[in-house]
Design a protein around this ligand. Structure first.
Ligand code: SF4
Length: 331
């Protein structure tokens, strides 16, 4: 069956000024990203700031255009569509942002904010809009009493619920959630993730869930893609990836996740050094300056993303050795 989303070899660079305003340089934000997303699935995309995960989301939304690559939505290459032909598809792909406050107009009442996309896409008119908005408010755990209020009257978690209701209003098939809970307290994060899971079931939604922390996406993801300097370095079934990562970077991210129970602590082998500049990425495997497994070949040969067995993909010359620094998990 055709996947809902099929992203093939996507590239996107940005021109940036060199030091002291010198010659223009290329920042490779997305460097050959490919993946598919099945209907009803959640793909978690994780990596440090600047790894290209948010740019990937914005490319799929066509908020920016890629340099090359293909994006098929329900089998149709959306990059070949003119803006006019793409417009109806905008309804089917919605985005939820990290900072809902900046995406909610401060001068509009909540009812108008959620009802606006219904009007724009001609999905409801007059009293039907209010009825639909009240239903959406209830679906996200708010109520009719919130209809006339303004965004500043809500907490961060409530504002994210409003952002979700607005995205849901047009009954999308795919939601790209760009760090939707990163700015929230831990307890609120769990509530919003649970709400998203409930809504996924009720509306048959497909999620691309972007986060910088593996712990956030653990329970919601069916599969996880780990990105580093514009490339996917590991892609696997979520349970398998958390249990037995095949890329040293994923292993390091897992080691950085705090484990509250002191009897079940993992050995803390945290990442050395800063993430290199995407303007001057290291040759060969981009991860080699920070990798505890690196050898000479890693400095010269970029490892391709390969199936290491059971659709567990990793881009590492020594993926079979990964785990030797992560020997004592739960006893
Ligand atoms: Fe580390 Fe080499 Fe694997 Fe890159 S290819 S992750 S440097 S072992």
């Amino acid at each position: 069956m055709t996947p809902l989303l099929d992203v093939r070899n996507l590239h996107k660079s940005f021109d940036v000024s060199g030091p002291m305003g010198g010659r223009r340089l290329k920042l490779r934000a997305v460097d050959g990203v490919s993946f598919t997303l099945e209907r009803g699935e959640t793909l978690g995309v994780v990596g440090e700031s600047g790894c290209g995960k948010s740019t990937t989301g914005r490319l799929i939304m066509r908020l920016i255009e890629p340099d090359s690559g293909e994006i098929f939505f329900e089998g149709q290459d959306i990059l070949k569509l003119s803006p006019r032909k793409f417009r109806p598809l905008r309804r089917e792909i919605q985005m939820i942002f990290q900072d809902p406050y900046s995406s909610l107009s401060p001068r509009m009442r909540i009812g108008e904010i959620i009802g606006e996309p219904l009007k724009i896409h001609g999905l409801a008119q007059g009293d039907a809009i209010r009825k639909e908005v009240v239903e959406l408010l209830q679906k996200v755990g708010l109520g009719e009493e919130h209809y006339e209020r303004f965004p500043h009257e809500f907490s961060g978690g409530q504002r994210q619920r409003i952002g979700i209701a607005r995205a849901l209003a047009v009954r999308p098939k795919l939601i790209i959630a760009d760090e939707p809970v990163s700015a929230l307290d831990l307890s609120i994060q769990a509530q919003v993730v649970n709400l998203m899971q409930d809504l996924q079931e009720e509306f048959g939604l497909t999620y691309l869930f972007i986060a910088h922390d593996l712990s956030v996406i653990e329970h919601i993801s069916d599969r996880v893609a780990v990105m580093y300097l514009g490339r996917i370095v590991e892609l696997a079934d979520a349970e398998e990836l958390y249990r037995a990562p095949r890329h040293p970077y994923t292993e390091a991210l897992l080691n950085a996740v705090p484990v509250p129970d002191p009897h079940h602590r993992r050995p803390r082998r945290l990442l050395k050094g800063e993430i290199p500049s995407p303007i001057f990425p290291p040759p060969g495997c981009h991860f080699h300056p920070r990798c505890p497994y690196a050898r000479d070949v890693c400095k010269e040969v970029n490892p391709p993303l390969e199936d290491k067995g059971g659709k567990h993909y990793a881009a590492c010359h020594f993926s079979n050795e990964v785990g030797k620094f992560r020997h004592s998990e739960k006893k």
